[in-house]
Design a protein around this ligand. Structure first.
Ligand code: ME8
Length: 655
């Protein structure tokens, strides 16, 4: 029998900055969905990739002093780049597309020409408000308080000769698609699209640019590059081999079963993308699901907050599976959610350490303790105590499946954890430690209690595989479920495990996290990462020119340090007693205590400006200033006193 196909995609990411936990959210959700479908037995194609063209990338590359290609190569394939991140997060994508790949470039030129040849793309002139970071033109009515409605930033007037796509022609069929079908989910997003974009009137879309060059050239008019969204959206078919020879999977996998996308790009996926496909006479994807955002302190995650939500730091601290689980368990997939490290730690402690981890370790250790690791075949049911657990476990697969099919991974996890909690309660209800006191009479009953717990664990952990692929394999090893007992079919009913089930004790999969220690460690790691991100050396440009006389007015002399002590109650100041060649001691205060121990400076020959007006600091007079060199290294201020050759006598003038 031919396997059912399932084609699922994530958005392709802009490699303009490092990805944060918000980006990881969508990819983890897609990965869990893809793994679920594979578990069900489907022939899955899971696509992700990077969206590498556009003005924003061109500008960033310029700032960094590299070519746009070098810039994106570094963020995509460089150390801790997009590819590294997906590997770390155990993302099981079958394909990775980069929009700078040759085959994609060729396909886009052909796709553009198709829509031009059928009259849906025409040449005109564009005047409008442009938001550079979002690469979007907006009409006045779409602006919010005169700013970009997507990101809230300034827009500017722009005009250029351009090609247009007849989006207006597709307003009605797109409206019907949105309102009359379940194409766009969750349903709340439909009203948003129809009311905000279709009802006010869909205008034709500007689909080429001449003001920058980092894009795919229109092959029949090379001064133009294809609008980045036409380029990006088409990845879903070019990656299958549409209009290119790199792949041959279009017939098998298109239309996509679902595009998972963030809420701010639902507009592109539910209006522009279907219109483009309609224009080319191609089938439409079955669903677009617009998930919510992970917020930080109620606001959007941004580069400046990047290290706080760096998936590398979080994964290193808590483990990849715990992080994946947290993302899917905590935030309803269609809504926004507030990310915090405290919430992450709480979820790990409650669900993973307490509920699941304890259930697993208690059960496995009791089977070891009471039965030497293998249950006897003789077991005794107690319908009054077993019925609820058995019914719940037997029906879990279907309830989980319904939630996953409805793109509600959080609900699927809720179902699994209901069984986990019920199992913990079942332990208390049956009090195995009491049964174990009289093995002769209660041994068979105890064996059944243990069997039921192992079976509940088996069913739960198989269903958790899509979310925590590595640790659930280890859990299944402990429970003694072989390959045949890890399949979708094996979950159809209660009782898959053989009566004489054997367990293997293993590591504690989810140790409890100490909140205070973990938060402090995260803060330290974020600070370290912040410093590492800063330039090694920051160069300060030279000050404006001055006349020679201005310079010469400054009297700089060699001075010898006779004594140096810290200034009381000051963290910064050291008090120097100096020989300046006059025969009388000179006192200078200098704010260098952070960098020097006073005793190390005694006897050194330094340079002082001796004709500065004296000044009182912390009740002490300072007559002049010691010269030092300062610079910034990894964001930290560094200072070195100018220490000169001891052969220079006190009072010698520097010029
Ligand atoms: O939009 N919470 O790329 P992108 C949840 N190149 N999701 C978030 C998020 C957050 N805090 N921050 C970002 C693009 N995302 C285009 C896509 S597809 C043909 C082209 C999600 O790198 C965001 O919603 O800016 C989007 O779905 C995805 O990350 C990629 O964002």
């Amino acid at each position: 029998m031919e396997r059912e196909k399932f084609y699922i995609t994530t958005p392709i990411y802009y490699p303009s900055d490092k990805l944060h936990i918000g980006h990881t959210y969508c990819t983890v959700a897609t990965d869990a969905m893809a793994r679920f479908k594979r578990l069900q037995g489907c022939d899955v194609l899971f696509l992700t990739g990077t969206d590498e063209h556009g003005q924003k990338i061109e500008e960033k590359a310029k700032e960094a002093g590299v070519t746009p290609q070098q810039f994106v190569d570094n963020i995509v394939a460089g150390e801790r780049g997009v590819l590294d991140l997906w590997k770390l997060m155990n993302i099981s994508n079958d394909r990775f597309i980069r929009t700078t790949d040759d085959y994609h470039v060729l396909s886009i030129q052909r796709i553009f020409r198709r829509m031009y040849d059928n009259g849906d793309i025409y040449k005109g002139a564009y005047k409008g408000k442009y938001c550079t970071p979002c690469e979007s033109f907006w009409t006045d009515s779409q602006l919010q308080d005169g700013k970009c409605p997507d990101c809230g930033r300034e827009v500017h007037e722009a005009e250029e000769e351009a090609y247009f796509f007849r989006l207006s022609k597709y307003a009605e069929p797109v409206r019907k698609l949105l309102e009359d079908t379940d194409f766009l989910q969750p349903r709340s997003r439909v009203h948003e699209m129809v009311n905000n974009f279709i009802k006010p009137g869909l205008e034709d879309l500007c689909v080429s640019r001449t003001s920058f060059s980092w894009g795919i050239p229109v092959d029949f008019d090379p001064g133009h590059v294809v609008y980045v969204w036409v380029d990006a959206l088409s990845n879903y078919i070019t990656a299958l081999g549409f209009d290119n020879d790199r792949y041959h999977d279009y017939d098998r996998y298109w239309p996509a079963d679902v595009h998972f996308v963030g809420k701010e790009i639902v507009r592109f996926h539910s209006i522009i993308w279907p219109a483009m496909l309609m224009s080319m006479g191609l089938p439409l994807p079955k669903h677009v699901f617009g998930h919510g955002w992970l917020l930080l302190d109620g606001g959007k995650m941004s580069k400046s907050k990047g290290n706080v939500v760096d998936p590398y730091i979080l994964a290193r601290q808590f483990g990849v599976d715990a992080l994946r689980f947290f993302l899917m368990r905590t935030f309803p997939f269609g809504s926004d959610g507030n990310f915090s490290n405290e919430l992450l730690i709480q979820t790990i402690n409650t669900d993973l350490a307490n509920d699941l981890g304890n259930l697993l370790s208690r059960t496995v250790s009791m089977v070891g303790k009471y039965f030497g690791g293998t249950l006897p075949e003789q077991q005794a049911d107690d319908p009054a105590l077993d019925a609820e657990l058995v019914t719940m476990g037997g029906g879990l697969r279907d309830r989980y499946e319904a939630a996953m099919e409805a793109f509600a991974p959080h609900k699927a996890l809720e179902e699994v954890f209901a069984l986990v909690s019920r199992s913990n309660k079942y332990i208390d209800e049956n009090a195995p430690w009491i049964l174990a006191r009289d093995m002769e009479h209660n041994g068979a009953r105890l064996a059944r209690v243990m069997y039921n717990l192992l079976e509940a664990l088996r069913i739960s952990t198989v269903l958790l595989l899509p979310f925590m692929p590595e640790s659930m394999v280890k859990a299944l090893d402990q429970v003694g479920a072989d390959a045949a007992l890890r399949t979708w079919e094996s979950l159809a009913r209660w009782g898959g495990l053989p009566a004489a089930a054997s367990v293997t004790r293993g590591e504690n999969l989810f140790p409890r996290v100490d909140m205070d220690k973990a938060l402090a460690a995260l803060e330290a790691a974020a600070e370290e990462a912040r410093k590492a991100d800063l330039p090694a050396l920051e160069f300060e440009p030279p000050s404006p020119e001055v006349e020679f006389d201005t310079f010469a007015a400054c009297d700089m002399r060699a001075v010898k340090v006779k004594d140096c002590v810290p200034v009381k109650k000051s963290e910064k100041l050291l008090c120097f007693t100096l020989d300046d060649g006059t025969g009388e001691d000179r006192q200078i205060l200098s704010g260098i205590a952070k960098w020097y121990r006073p005793e190390d400076l005694i006897g050194k020959t330094l340079v002082a400006i001796v004709n500065l007006k004296p000044r009182k600091m912390m009740g002490l007079m300072s007559c002049g200033m010691l010269l030092s060199a300062t610079h910034t290294e990894h964001g930290e201020e560094k200072l070195n006193l100018i220490i000169v050759d001891d052969a220079i006598p006190a009072g010698a003038r520097l010029c």
